[in-house]
Design a protein. Structure first.
Length: 292
């Protein structure tokens, strides 16, 4: 079984051991120990996370806080099992996460309301109340600085480990997407690009995306490599923009409505379509809305 990989003396990262695990989990150790995200399901915690912790001589009893990169089910689906097994772990939110954690399913259903027939299977996820909110001025969080990283979702937060200049960014950086999504999946092109630009300026020594994205693996070492991944992620958005604009201009000349499904399928002409075309449709549609 794949386990935690030591990134540096303070950080261990657990890339998804199997695809159904959900997004990766990061352990940050220090005066307080933090988990960042907790997998997609109850069994992500019991079958994978706990054994992976034990393999590096840690246990849930050693964890003080759970932090989140955002409130999608693949990142927080294990939160109830984690709290059941270790009620002492304090769930801490930042920004929009506080409200969204109370009812994550509502926001997910709303996000897919435009293209329900192309959405991945829906899984109900009960909400939960956070135990508190992160105050960057609190010494407890002095080693981990929250960086608002909106774009993929409005509640995305990257966690900057200041001492090692490591950025745990979850789905805030997506390279060229995955086989499931086909593209980098964002809800705002402008915010996603702003996030990438901000992180490029930070020039992290280590970059930890939530999974192995195409052109953005789950562990990136070195400033030069990290910046390269970030710049490539930005370039992919330019590619999407140019492709969509070509179709939009054609539709305007013909005075026709743009069929987003048709455009999404055309994007994969000559190559394999992703598992769920809806991700591409969502990204393309939200791009067009942002241009109006």
């Amino acid at each position: 079984m794949n386990g935690f990989i030591k990134v540096n003396p303070w950080i261990y990262h657990l890339p998804p051991p199997v695809p159904e695990f959900g997004a990766g989990v990061t352990l940050v150790i220090g005066a307080n120990n933090f988990l960042i995200d907790c997998g997609a399901f109850d069994y992500s915690v019991s079958k994978f996370l706990i054994p992976a912790l034990k393999a590096i001589k840690y246990d849930l009893k050693d964890i003080d806080y759970l932090l989140l990169t955002h409130t999608h089910p693949d990142n927080i689906g294990g939160i109830h099992k984690l709290k059941q097994l270790a009620p002492h772990i304090r769930i801490m939110t930042y920004g929009y996460q506080t409200d969204r954690l109370k009812n994550p399913s509502y926001y997910l259903l709303n996000a897919w309301s435009e293209f329900p027939d192309y959405a991945p299977p829906f899984r109900e996820l009960k909400g939960i109340l956070a135990d508190g909110t992160v105050d960057p001025a609190n010494r407890v969080f002095s080693d981990l600085r929250p960086i608002v990283s909106s774009g993929h979702t409005v509640d995305c937060v990257s966690w900057h480990h200041v001492k090692s200049n490591t950025l745990i960014c979850g789905d805030a950086v997506q390279g060229a997407g995955t086989d499931e999504t086909g593209v980098a999946f964002f809800t705002s092109l402008e915010l996603y690009r702003n996030t990438l630009s901000d992180i490029i300026e930070l020039a992290p020594e280590n970059l930890l995306p939530g999974r192995d994205f195409r052109s953005a693996p789950s562990i990136v070492h070195g400033q030069e490599n990290s910046v390269s991944v970030l710049e490539d992620s930005f370039k992919f958005t330019v590619e999407y923009s140019a492709f969509i604009e070509k179709y939009a201009r054609y539709a305007r000349r013909k005075k026709e409505m743009l069929d987003v499904a048709e455009v999404a399928k055309a994007y994969y002409e000559g190559r394999k379509e992703p598992q769920f075309l809806g991700y591409t449709m969502q990204t393309f549609s939200l791009y067009l809305k942002g241009k109006k």
